[in-house]
Write a protein that binds this ligand. Structure first.
Ligand code: UD1
Length: 417
């Protein structure tokens, strides 16, 4: 199993291009199931999760052509095989995003239940209830969601809580439904907006994406389109935190600050200088960092996917930070690993209290999930001596060429087998 060896203590410096967003790419790829015509995506990130999704879509009968400069052409000309098997779904929960499109296109779908994951139970009941409201007959049997509907119809759906992939699944299903669907308490994440823009380019009629009420007027069919995937705001935020924590100076290109306001605000509060351009962000660390409290909540509030990275930053900041995680029930697993590096952290339920220490010391640590891994990388970059991070396959799911990108910024990091 691959490990990452980091020799800490080098301030990150230089310029880096940010990749396309994983969490936009995955639903966008599933949108190819909605049409017989080709969907051409650009700025597709090279990630394990993207490869898994391509494999899943390929099994369903989608022809996949990898094109130059991060392009992928997806063409589902015939009737797709509407089944997502457990062995693929269990490695990537986002496979549930095939449920809505398959049901809308084929009238039935059999998609494995994702099951729990390291950071929490993560049920899909809101996806299911929304599709039922649109007329689907759904049974959950033998670990699979079996859904049938001759043609889905429009409905008013009030989501019990804000769910990103739930909103995306229902929005995709509604594009081909008879009549109008209104999704209330919808997720406002920019990835939902990116998906809506692509679906509209395919002929869908979606209004309100990016607000908490999304209205979808169903159409008889969708056609092909081209779409450039938005930049990855979590990758962007992770490199900004890494630069701040190491006392560095970086300029990130091919990205946007407006999708990351909450995290940028926190970095400024911590004492970093941030300059924003139309498609670039520059961060320069100025003196010691101050502890910053973090409270995760749905967009536009502070993202749960940036919580672990800010915990790493707070480990070496001046003062005490209170971090509250409201989205997932078990998302502090990085804390025990950070403590192995000398961090001072107390956890009580959904709250972590992080008291800054003067320095961290390298050690062997274990990655437990994608963003927890990112926090260990940041801590390793800051720590004195060597940090060895085990189980970095989590990182490969969501960070494109991480060690190459970090090396380009001067970090001493390499993959060991
Ligand atoms: C997406 C992101 C993930 C991010 C998360 C929250 C993708 C591929 N993944 O995950 O990186 O951490 O949003 O920003 O976009 N819930 C239910 N019932 C449901 C659906 C969700 O109870 O039917 C709960 C979840 O357990 C969780 C909360 O709602 O506590 C939010 O989850 P959700 O927004 O659905 O996360 P994902 O879409 O899976």
């Amino acid at each position: 199993m691959d490990k990452l060896l980091i020799e800490g203590g080098v301030p990150l410096a230089g310029e880096l291009a940010i990749s396309g967003a994983k969490n936009a790419a995955l639903p966008l790829m599933c949108a190819a199931l909605l049409t017989r015509e080709p969907l051409r995506l650009a700025n597709v990130p090279h990630l394990k999760d993207v490869a898994t999704m391509l494999q899943l879509l390929g099994r369903m009968g989608v022809a996949v052509t990898i094109e130059e400069s991060d392009g992928v052409l997806l063409h589902c000309a015939g009737d797709p095989l509407p089944e997502a098997p457990y062995e693929l779904v269990r490695t990537m929960r986002a496979s549930i995003l095939t449920l809505g499109p398959l049901l809308a296109r084929c009238g039935h779908a059999r998609v494995s239940l994702p099951g729990g994951c390291a950071i929490g139970a993560r049920p899909v009941d809101i996806h299911i209830r929304g599709l039922q409201a649109m007329g689907a007959d759904i049974r959950v049997e033998h670990g699979y969601v079996e859904a049938r509907a001759e043609r889905l119809h429009g409905a008013k759906i009030v989501c019990d809580l804000v769910t990103v992939t739930g909103t995306e699944n229902l929005m995709m299903a509604a594009t081909l439904a008879e009549g109008t669907t209104v999704i209330e308490n919808a997720a406002r994440e920019p990835e939902v907006t990116d998906l809506a823009e692509c679906l509209n380019a395919m002929g869908a009629r979606i209004a309100g994406a990016g607000t908490d009420i999304v209205t979808v007027e169903g159409v008889a069919r969708l056609h092909g389109a081209r779409h450039g995937i938005m930049p990855d705001r979590i990758e962007t935020g992770t490199y900004l935190v890494a630069a701040a924590a190491t006392g560095g100076h970086v300029r990130l290109t091919r990205t946007r600050a407006d999708i990351l306001d909450a995290a940028i605000e926190k970095l400024r509060e911590a004492g970093a200088d941030i300059r924003v351009e139309a498609d670039a962000i520059e961060l320069q660390a100025r003196g010691p960092l101050q502890a910053v409290g973090v409270h995760t909540a749905p967009y536009p509030a502070f993202p749960t996917d940036m919580q672990a990275q800010f915990m790493a930053l707070n480990c070496i900041a001046r003062g005490t930070a209170v971090i509250t995680e409201t989205i997932f029930e078990n998302r502090f697993m990085h804390a025990v690993e950070l403590k192995r590096l000398g961090a001072d952290i107390d956890i009580a339920g959904a709250t972590a209290v992080v008291r800054g220490v003067a320095a961290l010391d390298g050690a062997t640590v274990m990655a437990t999930d994608l963003r927890a891994s990112a926090s260990l990388v940041i801590a390793g970059l800051v720590a004195r001596g060597e940090t060895l991070i085990d189980r970095i396959y989590h990182l490969d799911r969501g960070y494109e060429r991480l060690e190459e990108k970090l090396s380009r910024l001067g970090a001493r990091v390499r993959r060991v087998r």
